[in-house]
Design a protein around this ligand. Structure first.
Ligand code: ZN
Ligand code: ZN
Length: 267
């Protein structure tokens, strides 16, 4: 009898532990994601300064991420100051590709906060890697697609001419993909992410690199992104005004106006 009671007690205990651990896993899934664009040539907020390039702050995950750094550290840090963001809060810097309009602000940022890990494509020149360690920062080379930390992934190095990585954030509503310039092709990036993670794309944001494309090519890419099931788009930087206007029409209420000062929040 005593043995049976002990057995039941054990089973109940195991069930409780399983329930508790699964609810804890649920809590680890970020209920709130906030992305603030702090560097962009597209103006959203008149309070912030614009210049060619892209950078955004991603909060709500286990670590605060700075995605790219724009072209100019003074503008980047000045915009952070204007929105009341302390650069020391950043834990990780994610660099999409080596172009100056994405890494130009890195040195000035590291001078303010060297206690960060910089995730960069492994193919970056040694000079960039050395400049990070010289300022007291750490770097991690990314080649293959991989998990960066909980609910945050990188596509790894994509493209053959200009190597670029995109950042992926897993949210309860679907994936959020952030692209720097999307040099490997914005639709190709989304397609690779879907094949790999097998989840729907809720928001696609950043530079789509469509400036100067013909209207028919823009329509083809728009249709491809629609066919890939991209629910919402927030294009800025090198997307170009023609593409942004077309996507505004195609996505209607699911088009998110982006640019420097834009805040994208996902509950
Ligand atoms: Zn760019
Ligand atoms: Zn570029």
């Amino acid at each position: 009898m005593l043995f049976r009671i002990r057995k039941i007690y054990c089973v109940v205990l195991i069930i409780l532990v399983v329930m508790l651990s699964s609810s804890m896993r649920g809590e680890a899934m970020s209920p709130f994601l906030r992305i603030r664009v702090v560097f962009d040539n597209v103006q959203y907020s008149k309070q912030l300064n614009t210049a060619w390039g892209f950078s955004c702050i991603i909060e709500g995950m286990s670590k605060v991420i700075l995605f790219d750094t724009g072209a100019d550290g003074n503008i980047l840090l000045g915009n952070m100051r204007k929105i009341g963001f302390n650069p020391q809060k950043v834990d990780a810097v994610f660099l999409s590709h080596v172009h100056g309009d994405h890494i130009g602000g890195l040195q000035a940022f590291l001078q303010q906060n060297p206690k960060v890990v910089v995730y960069l494509p492994a193919s970056f020149p040694a000079s960039v890697k050395e400049s990070i360690t010289a300022l007291g920062g750490e770097f991690r080379e990314v080649a293959a697609p991989q998990k960066v930390f909980d609910h945050v992934y990188t596509t790894g190095e994509l493209g053959s001419w200009i190597i670029e990585q995109s950042l992926i954030i897993q949210t309860p509503k679907g994936l959020v993909i952030v692209t720097g310039c999307a040099h490997p092709g914005v639709a190709q990036i989304v397609s690779r992410v879907k094949q790999w993670l097998k989840e729907e794309v809720y928001v696609l944001m950043g530079g789509f690199h469509l400036k100067g494309e013909s209207p028919s090519e823009l329509r083809r890419i728009g249709a491809e992104l629609k066919a890939l099931g991209v629910k919402r788009v927030a294009p800025s930087h090198c997307t170009g005004e023609e593409a942004r206007e077309l996507f505004r029409q195609l996505w209607g209420p699911d088009f998110i106006e982006s640019g420097v000062g834009a805040v994208i929040e996902i509950q």
